[in-house]
Design a protein around this ligand. Structure first.
Ligand code: PRX
Length: 651
């Protein structure tokens, strides 16, 4: 990286003000209202967060201090307080009629529906907490949860939080090796799993994978197996225990443990471009305040909302915005087990219609798939219950954003594009839906207490619209505390690039209105003939073409230009991959961005290699594009056949 900054070529200029009707009833209903709260939050973060923490949450012992930053980069928040996150999500909602409010509305992929009220959820969590206790799980012990999207995954998480055990949720799509590595790294003593899970009509053999993983996980004493699919599984007597049998042996009464605010809550593994996955450690009090406060303000949660986050509990979005954030607010959360296109691509819209979903929080990768499948599916359903839409996980291409707004939101629902990371625990930059105008593709402005800056390589601040490196200047309550078992890696990865500042690894620019535009990971920056470009912007230009569903652009060495661009493109249903279309796409990029950004090669493909959370694995494409062997960590790749096919196309 020789040059100071990253050239941003995005020219998006559309802007949408919050609608009066929405703003009138919103918690924060004007830009001025936001500015005032934001200013307080950064001028005196201690007082600001302490007030929220003590007023909005239950503490056994109320904290008297906010931030302790005496040992950077290790923050402590509310350190002299004691609390319990499960208590905050459950027990305090058991008063009055709220106890019979739906906490979780579950829809299984085969179509079964189950509703758990706050009272019922509390009961199940207490029972499972007692099961864990009976099996010798103690405060500070780690429990691995390798499950599908069923309420019991949330029950297991909450039960751990209740007794002060640390959970590490391992996404149900991971293979045995990935399970083994995470279980061993986190030193888990127990694994909670299922006989199987449903995915696109197929059975995912979770227990079988655990059995394979457990050939090399000496620290694990027991598994608890939920019966979900009813398929035959091997049960090792004494070691493997059925969930339904175990909960019968214990009481439904359980006193939540009184835990210090800095008690570890969970470890969640996140992969970087290199090296083994990092175990991101979050603790109790700060995480609780961050996840719940963002849920309250960003989704503008109301008593009668039916809120649906489509993420998997195996990702941080599922932790913060299926389980902890919404439940701490006493919200009704929908949880869906299966694939968006089972039995047909209209499943999501059918769910929204049948359950009267009011808030939908999903990912750009899903939105692009919906665009590809066609408008006829959402058009078939009544989506008028929706009042707010959200996205997370990647930069969203303006065209996908516009589609989301028009086809799903009927030009009526605000869209909150929320930027954050596993490491940040909670949303960091996002519009407040009643207060902040939105621009397609921008995550807009920082949330309370968050001070983001775009820096040049030399640490000076980039000017308006100048692309650079995104850092966060001040500590915030839900920040990660360390990389579990490797504090040096925590310091090296996040805190060494710029003294005293948290480096996000993302490139971004701030526009003339102070809005932020995240351009993707800086590892995805290419240098073409002296232009340092974020590949996400070239992708965005390609996706803006009417024939294109999705695009991934990567650099490859080029003698002349330093780097050249290769674009992998999937087309919308019914579009033919012709030479003429290739030429049209090149011309289109030239028009949208400039000739220098025209890809040197366009490859049409049916699918792109993605991580299981839906992010395009550009590293693999980079290796393919450069004609190199594809190597490195591939445990996060969702569908290996996509890679095989891309290789075959090459020959
Ligand atoms: O590059 C950013 C991108 O996803 C990264 C964080 O990924 P992960 O830890 O898996 O967490 C995903 C769920 C929070 C970020 O560094 N990212 C996430 N949200 C956005 C985004 N990029 C642009 N816009 C977003 N809204």
């Amino acid at each position: 990286m020789s040059q100071a900054s990253i050239q941003s070529v995005s020219r998006e200029s559309r802007i949408f003000a919050p609608q009066d009707e929405f703003a009138r009833q919103a918690r924060v209903s004007s830009r001025e209202g936001y500015e005032e709260l934001y200013r307080r939050s950064v001028d005196d973060p201690d007082a600001f967060w302490l007030e929220i923490a003590t007023e909005d949450f239950h503490w056994f012992k109320k904290p008297t201090q906010g931030l302790d930053w005496s040992n950077p980069p290790h923050a402590k928040w509310f350190a002299d307080g004691t609390t319990n996150l499960a208590y905050n999500c459950l027990d305090r909602h058991l008063v009055g009629s709220h106890r019979n409010k739906a906490a979780i509305i579950f829809e299984g992929e085969p179509g079964d529906v189950r509703v758990l009220t706050y009272q019922q959820l509390h009961r199940e969590v207490c029972r499972f907490a007692n099961v864990l206790g009976k099996l010798g799980v103690k405060q500070g012990d780690c429990v691995a949860i390798y499950m599908g999207m069923v309420p019991e995954a949330a029950i297991a998480m909450l039960a751990c939080a209740r007794i002060g055990a640390i959970h590490t949720v391992i996404f149900g799509g991971f293979a045995a090796e990935a399970v083994r590595d995470r279980v061993n790294d986190a030193k888990a003593k127990l694994i909670v799993t299922q006989d199987g899970a449903w995915r696109r009509g197929n059975l995912v053999p979770l227990k079988e994978n655990v059995d394979r993983a457990m050939r090399e996980t000496p620290g694990v004493k027991h598994t608890i197996v939920l019966k979900r699919t009813g398929n035959e599984v091997a049960m090792d007597r004494g070691r493997d225990l059925w969930w339904h049998e175990m909960v019968e042996t214990v009481s439904a009464q359980h006193r939540a443990a009184e835990l210090p605010a800095e008690h570890p809550l969970f470890i969640l593994y996140t992969s970087g471009t290199t090296g083994k996955p990092k175990g991101v450690l979050h603790t109790t009090g700060g995480y609780m305040v961050g996840a719940a406060t963002t849920s309250k303000f960003v989704f503008d949660l109301r008593e009668d909302d039916t809120y649906w986050c489509t993420a998997d509990v195996g990702w941080v979005t599922g932790h913060s915005y299926i389980a902890y954030g919404p439940l701490a607010n006493g919200a009704t959360c929908l949880m869906y087990e299966g694939a968006p296109n089972h039995p047909d691509p209209g499943r999501f819209w059918s769910i929204i219609e049948r359950h009267g979903v009011t808030i939908l929080y999903t990912a750009p990768t899903a939105i692009r798939a919906f665009v590809k499948w066609g408008d006829q599916y959402p058009m078939k359903h009544d989506l008028s219950s929706l009042r707010l839409l959200g996205t997370v996980g990647e930069p969203i291409n303006p065209e996908a954003w516009m589609w989301y707004r028009r086809v799903i939101g009927n030009e009526r629902c605000p869209i909150v594009d929320t930027w954050w990371q596993t490491e940040t625990g909670a949303m960091m930059m996002t519009p407040l839906p009643g207060a902040i105008s939105t621009k397609p593709g921008s995550c807009t402005v920082p949330f309370f207490g968050v001070v983001p800056k775009v820096l040049r390589e030399d640490g000076t601040e980039a000017g308006p619209n100048e692309g650079g490196l995104l850092v966060i200047e001040k500590p915030w309550p839900s920040m990660m505390r360390t990389v579990y078992g490797d504090d040096q890696r925590f310091k090296d990865t996040y805190w060494s690039r710029f003294e005293g500042k948290y480096f996000t690894g993302d490139g971004a620019r701030k526009d003339e209105d102070g809005f932020f535009w995240v351009m993707g990971r800086v590892d995805d920056v290419v240098n073409v003939a002296g232009h340092r470009l974020g590949t996400a912007e070239v992708e965005s230009a390609l996706v803006a073409h009417k024939s294109v569903a999705e695009a991934a652009v990567v650099g490859r060495p080029d003698e002349l230009k330093g780097q050249g661009l290769v674009a992998f493109v999937t087309l919308k249903q019914g579009e033919a991959p012709t030479k003429a279309l290739k030429a049209a796409l090149l011309e289109h990029v030239a028009q949208e961005i400039g000739k220098f950004a025209r890809p040197d090669e366009i490859r049409f493909t049916d699918g792109l290699p993605k991580t299981r959370s839906g992010k395009i694995m550009r590293r693999l494409l980079k290796e393919l594009a450069s004609g190199n062997e594809v190597k490195g960590d591939m445990t996060t790749l969702e569908d290996f056949s996509v890679l095989a096919k891309l290789r075959a196309d090459e020959e």
